[in-house]
Design a protein around this ligand. Structure first.
Ligand code: NAG
Ligand code: NAG
Ligand code: NAG
Ligand code: NAG
Ligand code: NAG
Length: 421
């Protein structure tokens, strides 16, 4: 094994040499490579790779440059041939990016392509700190709503800043309307184009951190794939004979005929909703059951002729038409009837108790009455003896309040007092 390796290598070298000789014999010539490979930034997230032409290439050669991109050692299959001395590519800031170029004589089998010339751009910052999973939605052709997660290795107080640029803007713009919610970051920026436009530029997005250790990240977004229309509003729901007519608001930011709608409806007897496609902002459901309630909602979708977005608006608020006792009414009745019965029973019971007290007053305790009678009589006879008539009168008033029975006794006493005089 130890000897086999070098031996095989030597053999391969000899074979290659033999091949080289054979090609040379057939007149094939290895082309000189391009030189001075370099790059410069064209706005954010776009690079311009440049090089100079090789010397001494025969005029019969149809010289072209073939170039390719390798990201993290993975070829991107983005090979391109061109006669110009530059190539503009997207920038992948968060990964190592290698660019390679060579010269070739196209449609010429008498010369060999040159060797590859390479240069690379290494990412800045710490691995795993870059913003992750960037997703953007273009709402109603009005504003772009982008969201991303903080990098796994980013400190919890990391702040990110989003820049965007597209062909037509003089310079990159900084997004300013941020939100953060449980490590999900978001930023919203206005993005509108004249309504007549039907092609949109690619949007370059760069997300940087607030410190050097946060790795920047670039992304390019094709806005037509991100279109999400505004939710329609049901404005009219009416019944004409046995047809239901439905109309909803149209988004005025979209060009004519670039949206279609889905109308979802169900009646109270059927639980599975029907969905119909509609081209305009109104529709009619013919010959409906007049005794059934129908519930509608609408959503808008971009037409594939205009946008390659698969997103649709949210469903509009549900609206209903038709008679049919509301199930909530049943529910209310089921709850309230027993409640009313229970409450009135309790009230009735209270009332009955009151009534009983009035009809049959509580029987007084005879022992209590006797005790009172004798006790008070003793006291009275004592005072009666020495008191004058004024005192007797006072006592009379006082005892009137106590009991009629006792009062009678006191009166007797007064009489006896008078008799004593
Ligand atoms: C890239 O650089 C070349 C050479 O400097 C220049 O001619 C070309 O216009 C540049 N491309 C862009 C898109 O800036
Ligand atoms: C190109 O050819 C000239 C003359 O034939 C020679 O002096 C020069 O060194 C060559 N350059 C290269 C890069 O081979
Ligand atoms: C070059 O290509 C032509 C036509 O395709 C062919 O006839 C010729 O044999 C080729 N020469 C070599 C050296 O491969
Ligand atoms: C920022 O975004 C919120 C949420 O969409 C929006 O209500 C608000 O008007 C925006 N603020 C500015 C200054 O654009
Ligand atoms: C529905 O579309 C028509 C024709 O474009 C328009 O005149 C009407 O105002 C729209 N209805 C609503 C509610 O927006």
């Amino acid at each position: 094994m130890g000897a086999a390796g070098p031996a095989r290598a030597a053999l391969r070298r000899r074979l290659l040499l033999a091949l080289g000789w054979a090609l040379a014999a057939a007149g094939a010539k290895v082309l000189p490579p391009p030189s001075n490979l370099d790059f410069s930034f064209v706005q954010i997230c776009t690079l311009n790779w440049t090089w100079t032409a090789p010397e001494n290439v025969s005029s019969s050669c149809n010289l072209e440059y073939s170039s390719d991109i390798v990201i993290n050692e993975v070829p991107q299959d983005k090979r391109e041939w061109s006669k110009s001395l530059f190539r503009v590519t997207d920038m992948f800031l968060s990964e190592e990016m290698r660019f390679k170029v060579r010269s070739e004589c196209k449609y010429d089998n008498t010369s060999e392509p040159s060797r590859w010339v390479e240069t690379s751009v290494r990412p800045k910052g710490v691995l795993g700190t870059a913003a992750m999973d960037l997703e953007c939605i273009w709402h109603n052709l009005e504003y772009m709503d982008c969201r991303w997660f903080a990098g796994k290795n980013a400190r919890s107080d990391t702040k990110y800043t989003l820049f965007y640029w597209y062909d037509g803007l003089k310079s990159p713009k900084k997004c300013s309307n941020y939100s953060v919610h449980e490590r999900i970051f978001g930023c919203i920026f206005n993005l509108t184009f004249p309504k007549v436009t039907n092609t949109y530029p690619t949007i370059s997005i760069l997300i940087k951190g607030d410190s050097e250790e946060i790795r920047p990240v670039c992304a390019s977004k094709n806005p037509t794939t991100l279109v999400k229309p505004a939710t329609p509003k049901t404005v009219r729901l009416s019944k004409v004979n046995n047809d239901i007519h439905l109309e909803w608001s149209k988004s005025d930011t979209f060009p004519a005929n670039c949206l279609y709608y889905e109308v979802k409806y169900h009646n109270s007897d059927l639980n599975t909703p029907q969905i119909i496609k509609v081209e305009y902002n109104h529709t009619s459901i013919p010959s409906v059951d007049p005794n059934t309630k129908y519930t509608f909602s609408v959503r808008a979708k971009p037409k594939p002729e205009c946008y390659s977005s698969k997103l649709h608006s949210d469903w509009s608020e549900e609206k209903s038409i038709g008679k049919k006792p509301d199930s909530t009414l049943y529910f209310v009745l089921i709850i309230t009837i027993p409640l009313i019965v229970a409450v009135s029973t309790i009230i009735l019971l209270f009332y009955l108790k009151r009534l009983k007290i009035l009809i049959l007053p509580p029987i007084p305790d005879p022992r209590e009455i006797l005790k009172r009678m004798f006790g008070e009589q003793n006291e009275d006879s004592q005072t009666c003896a020495k008191d004058d008539s004024v005192n007797a009168y006072n006592r009379l008033i006082k005892e009137e309040e106590i009991h009629s029975l006792v009062l009678t006794e006191t009166l007797e006493c007064s009489y006896s007092e008078n008799e004593n005089r």
